[in-house]
Design a protein around this ligand. Structure first.
Ligand code: HEC
Ligand code: HEC
Length: 242
């Protein structure tokens, strides 16, 4: 398999604090080695039951969009609601904090993030990451589109410097630590929307601009293809599904 070399200047002063830089460097090294990583189950076992309970109460307003089971909705043609299950709790904390502090913007989501104090942000993150993952997300797509998506996700496109998604998002694209989110089984319309947002400079909270630089090289069809394929993959690793 042809692998692209990551050329990331980890010394450049971006919006990153040292801790994120360190974990990022480590995660990339681990992802590049292709070593088995923290499975989704690994953190789920350590979650504080009281935080889960508090989080459940604080999440009462979230179900209108993210659904009672946290599975979200593809909402083709309207605004997609991301699946929140199968995500690392610290990644959820980062995203909610970014919404609250305006580093990530979305008119539907921000008012709800703003209603949470720091403890509630922590608690809802723990709650969603404790939930069982329900049905996988998938949309209809042609074999040719899925094959192109699979190629981009697993091997990238050397000629256009599109790095394979797995080289950062980890084996099965199930995520690496709290920095690289699980994108497997996420709703395709949401994946496409995020890639477009990075390409157009509307989402800018990614560490070191890693996603922006990839999205900028992708065409609309690349985005549709990779999202359709990812949407058909299981949210959790097979040996780890609950
Ligand atoms: C009115 C609909 C709506 C409600 C209610 C809502 N959200 Fe969201 N949420 C969204 C949308 C839409 C997005 C995707 C935003 C984007 O496209 O960037 C999102 C994104 C998120 C994300 C980022 C997920 C990721 O994978 O990066 C998190 C975390 C989240 N919401 C948590 C919550 C929590 C917790 C609540 C309740 C306190 C909540 N949301 C209530 C619509 C909603
Ligand atoms: C060089 C590393 C790297 C590569 C390669 C990479 N990503 Fe990412 N990706 C990231 C990081 C880091 C984040 C987290 C951004 C943040 O914290 O806001 C991310 C986040 C995402 C998200 C947002 C998930 C969410 O829940 O909101 C999507 C969608 C995504 N990546 C898709 C892809 C796809 C598709 C590919 C392959 C074409 C890819 N990524 C390749 C590093 C990478």
């Amino acid at each position: 398999m042809k692998k692209l070399i990551l050329d990331i200047n980890v010394d450049s002063e971006g919006f990153m604090n040292n801790q994120i830089k360190r974990s990022l460097g480590r995660s990339i090294a681990v992802a590049a080695l292709g070593v088995g990583l923290l499975g989704q189950g690994a953190w789920a076992e350590d979650l504080d039951p009281e935080a889960i309970e508090r989080g459940k109460a604080a999440a009462a307003t979230c179900v209108a969009c993210h659904q009672a089971d946290g599975s979200g909705m593809n909402n083709e043609g309207a605004e997609p609601w991301p699946r929140l299950t199968g995500l690392h709790p610290d990644y959820i904390v980062t995203q909610l904090t970014d919404f609250k502090e305006g580093r990530r913007t979305n008119a539907s989501m921000q008012p709800f993030a703003n209603m949470l104090d720091d403890e509630q942000v922590h608690d809802v993150a723990v709650y969603y990451s404790s939930l069982e993952v329900t049905a996988d997300a998938s949309v209809e797509a042609s074999e040719a589109l899925l094959e192109r998506g699979r190629e981009l996700a697993l091997n990238g496109d050397w000629d256009r410097y599109i790095v394979a998604c797995v080289s950062c998002h980890g084996p099965g694209n199930h995520g690496v630590g709290s920095t690289f989110p699980n994108i497997s089984g996420q709703h395709p319309a949401y994946i496409v929307k995020q890639l477009q947002a990075w390409k157009e400079g509307e989402r800018e909270n990614d560490p070191l601009g890693l996603m922006k630089s990839i999205a900028q090289r992708m065409t609309q069809e690349d985005m549709q293809a990779v999202a359709a394929w990812l949407g058909q993959q299981p949210v959790l690793p097979e040996n780890n599904s609950k």
